[in-house]
Design a protein around this ligand. Structure first.
Ligand code: AMP
Ligand code: ZN
Length: 131
């Protein structure tokens, strides 16, 4: 079911112009319009689900699609070896600003401090060891 006031439902329905990078029956992946890392892709279910806190047993296949699409996109983006991160925010303290479940795929930069997806990232040395 879609929510006519929800921007991510509109993206899933191809009703607004967006750079879609992957799609199947259950999910859509598109580039974040305000990227916080060289690769910043959002993966969403086509069904309107408020957040990961609203997941039900019947959503298992959709969550598997998100994990597999993220792995595929990490390869096509060239970040599968350097490393990538999946983040999903729930509620205001976590910085959730769109209330349709979305998983951020972030990669392409060794970062420290607070990243754009609103959570603390440990400082990492170029060797990969934690600072
Ligand atoms: P969050 O703060 O976790 O709710 O993340 C919402 C993300 O959606 C932010 O990174 C926004 O830049 C992104 N965003 C919002 N509207 C759009 C849109 N129309 N197209 C692409 N990304 C969007
Ligand atoms: Zn929606």
């Amino acid at each position: 079911m879609s929510d006519t006031s929800c921007i991510f439902c509109k993206i899933a329905a191809h009703e607004v112009p967006t750079e879609i990078v992957h799609e199947n029956d259950r999910i859509v992946a598109f580039r974040d319009m305000d990227p916080k890392a060289p690769t910043h892709i959002l993966l969403i279910p086509k069904e309107h689900i408020g957040s990961i806190a609203d997941i039900e047993d019947r959503h298992g296949a959709m969550l598997a699609d998100i994990a597999q699409a993220a792995t595929h996109l990490a390869k096509t983006e060239g970040i599968d070896r350097s490393g990538w991160r999946l983040v999903t925010n729930v509620g205001p303290d976590a910085g959730q600003s769109v209330f349709h479940l979305h998983v951020h795929l972030l990669g392409g930069r060794i970062s420290s401090g607070r990243d754009g997806a609103g959570f603390r990232v440990a400082a990492t040395l170029p060797t990969g060891r934690a600072a």
